[in-house]
Ligand binder design. Sequence first.
Ligand SMILES: [Zn+2]
Length: 549
Amino acid sequence: MKPTLLALAATLLSSAATADTLIDHANGIQVDASGRVQHFTGLLIGDDGKVVRLLRSGEARPKAASVIDEQGRTLLPGLIDSHGHVMELGTDALHLDVVGTRSLAELQQRLRDYAAAHPGTGWILGAGWNQELWPDKKYPTAADLDAIVPDRPVVLERVDGHALVANSAAMKAAGVTPQTPAPAGGQIIDGVFVDNAKGLINRAIPAPTQAEMDQAFAKSQEILLGFGVTSVGSMSTSIDDWNTFRRAGDAGTLKVRLMVYLLGLEPLKTIPRPTPWLYADRLRAQGVKFFADGALGSRGAWLKQPYSDSPGTTGNQLHTDADLRAQEDTAAAHGFQLATHAIGDAANAQVIGTYEWLNGKYGLKRRWRIEHAQVIDCADLPRIGRGHMIASMQPTHQTSDRLMAEKRLGLSRLKCAYAWQSMLKTGAKLAFGTDFPVESPNPFPGLAAAVSRQDIEGQPPGGWFPEERLTFGQALHAYTRGGAYAGFAEEKIGALDPGKWADFVIVDRDVSTASVPELYRTQVLETWVAGKKEWARAGGATAAPERGK
Ligand SMILES: [Zn+2]
């Protein structure tokens, strides 16, 4: 009976050796290191959650313990959002949303519904009203909120974050009376607190509890996975945020991979060095985030020449050269990567100069990141590539900002603004993201904007400064491999190459051939992290039959 025993042994051996999953008959798309689109139809995943190999159509299929037939559905590597605010995304989603209300009555109705759905005595926080969309264009008042919720504090931010409306209970909790004067740079109008006056109310809002932070993080992960985002550059992370990520890791509920950038030098008292990758490559503190200026919309971006629509100002310089250098040098000496917010051309020049100086001290391998790198003096652009810097950019900022940017800067200063193709030509590495929740974390509008320089309505025809368009391969590269490189994670994620994590998404259309309007409307059907399906569209996907096991 020797042959039978041998056969049995062989069967046992082969099943042990093929505890793999084969994703087959997929329309697989990724890019190689130079941004060329690669096609494949099969993905073999080991039971360690890593890619064993990709298979082209016609190639022999290895034996696998489990086979999933994708029936031609499109498969992409998991998308990497290189710049997002993870806790804010979840917090905003759990708060009262009054975006798009067309009248005070509609805001009041949403407040009434939210209070009923969230009973108790706690603060009701929300955001998104814009009285410009209301028939009488009048600010809401404390009394308007009191009429709906008189007995617990309510605070609702305006859509731009520059004003809030508080009810009487919130003002009482904050110790604000009709006699309280508005601070310099602020105004108080019947319960509306503008700019610097907001602090009078905000300082009274209780910090979120651990349970609330855990809930917000869970919500954030659910939103991200639903958009096919499997890894994030977690910007401006506080120690409380970090501890929330750690609790999720310890509980085994950390799904999205987080490359963490701590906010300024303060957190280094707790985390003095970059951490190793934790929780099977799902969490790492690796960088420090700084700000060189503000934003263009509020004229806080620091410009070399005055604003075209406000000749008296060049925006806000947040650090002297010496101060920025000293702070960034401290973080760099602790071993951290640097990520510095720079929107205006003066801020970008300052950051580039600082990084050049740091290169002289630390060499060219530290991958200093410029966050947004939005408006650059064309003369400064080549220095980014020469200094081996990373431009961490957000394609949907271009489509959202276009008309505002033309007013603030005039056309001549926009030649090297949102300049993705020029940036690549300098040799700079490009990493894409959204800056969520400033923009939706959905990466597909970003890909569509990147290849078209047009918004979802197709504006402007032919694209805005169309020479800055990217090819689909370049755009996908910035959203996958580029993001991995920007986070020192190119050995682990960003492509479905053997040995990397099997992080991938199934989408509802062929994004490599879709028209721009179709690309904008791409929907994710499934999101897999480390070879495990972590998210699936409810009812949306026609269930692919599973075989084997
Ligand atoms: Zn940001």
